[in-house]
Design a protein around this ligand. Structure first.
Ligand code: SAM
Length: 359
């Protein structure tokens, strides 16, 4: 098994069956050697530096009804909000003072009519903070909107494909949403010169090891600049509320939670070795799953953390999954705690924009 790690490290790719074996591998030494190789690769490229991005959850209003997501439109149990441009700018000002040089605007998918407002917002942020990067994560839009956001100053876009397999995709999404359209959006984003991020929820309902292998192979071909990998966590107001209680996991003898952790860390390492220059966050979902999720993600090869810069009063309503972390080291105002956490494992926060660069 360790030969597979060596091969991936050297050749930056494996055969499908080899990815599968690595995902299912339960040998502690092999898994540690995978994380170690990925960690060393990240340190060679970035030093022991972790980029921070200020995450602003601009709205929890969503036209989609993704079956796994707590802000899906049919969830009547959350109170919906939309931050005003001024509130968002205020978050940026506060974040800028703390040292953030990237603002990630994330939200539910709004109707097309909202796109002009997003253009105005990007212009305002870019005008006031010309030295900062604007990342958007607002779902599937028409190509012309992506072009207008780009012209208004957005340079990065996050859109997880969630799962490359059409049948699996259809078990997670309502009729009308297709993997074809999502992949088309990702192609357009790349074509328009965005640093583009994609990724998956790890351990999502009905996901098989073969599905994940398909995702790895898609990412290998697409070569995104950013890769988001977070464990699936059930949300009480979705059809998958009891998924962890009523189903078995992919890895024998592991609970869903243990499996989500194990597979997420393995995937972080696989992608670090495959695409060494990529920007890979240790996600909030990982830090929600286990208290030392950030540290574990970094020690597996992640190099980005996205603390929450949203106004504290709305954070509880951006509830994608149960118990989503948004305080302590997960919050922008808790940057000091995060710094201490990272220093304990020998890493530092860096406040530059941290654009994608090839070495
Ligand atoms: N609307 C935008 C989009 O679809 O890309 C951005 C917001 S969406 C809520 C952000 C990400 O949250 C999704 O890509 C999905 O992977 C993640 N997510 C949603 N529900 C989740 C859950 N139950 N567990 C873990 N991650 C979840």
């Amino acid at each position: 098994m360790k030969d597979l790690v060596r091969k991936l490290h050297k050749e930056r790719r494996l055969e499908a069956c080899e990815y599968r074996s690595l995902l299912l591998c339960e040998d502690r030494e092999t898994i540690e050697s995978l994380h170690e190789a990925a960690r060393e690769t990240a340190v060679e490229r970035f030093g022991k530096n972790i980029y921070i991005r200020g995450l602003i959850e601009i709205t929890n209003i969503c036209r989609n009804d993704c079956l796994y997501c707590g802000i899906r439109k049919s969830n009547g149990n959350i109170s919906r909000y939309m931050l005003s441009d001024e509130e968002i700018l205020e978050c940026c000002r506060y974040g800028y003072g703390l040292g953030f040089r990237t603002f990630v605007l994330q939200g539910g998918e709004l109707p097309e009519s909202a796109d002009s407002k997003t253009v105005t917002l990007c212009r305002a942020i870019h005008g006031e903070f010309p030295d900062c990067a604007i990342t958007l994560s607002i779902g599937e839009r028409f190509p012309d909107s992506y072009r207008r956001f780009r012209e208004a100053g957005a340079t990065r876009y996050l859109l997880r494909h969630e799962t490359h397999n059409p049948e699996h995709y259809s078990r997670l999404h309502p009729e009308g949403m297709t993997i074809g359209n999502r992949l088309h959006c990702l192609d357009i984003l790349k074509e328009y010169g965005y640093q583009t991020g994609t990724g998956i929820m790890v351990g999502s309902p009905f996901q098989s090891a073969d599905n994940i292998v398909e995702d790895i192979i898609y990412i290998e071909k697409f070569r995104p600049e950013m890769i988001g990998l977070g464990p699936f966590i059930p949300h009480k107001d979705t059809v998958f509320a009891d998924y962890w209680k009523t189903t078995t996991s992919i890895l024998p003898e592991k609970s869903h939670k243990e499996e989500g952790l194990d597979l997420t860390l393995k995937l972080i390492s696989v992608f670090r070795l495959m695409l060494p220059d990529s920007l890979i966050p240790a996600t909030t979902a990982l830090a929600t799953l286990v208290p030392d999720g950030h540290e574990k993600g970094i020690l597996a090869g992640a190099n980005v953390i996205m603390p929450n810069l949203s106004p504290p009063r709305v954070r509880g309503n951006y509830s994608l999954y149960d118990n989503k972390a948004s305080s302590g080291a997960e919050a922008a105002e808790g940057l000091g705690n995060l710094k201490v956490q990272l220093e304990r494992i020998g890493y530092n926060i860096v406040t530059d924009r941290g654009d994608f660069r090839t070495t």
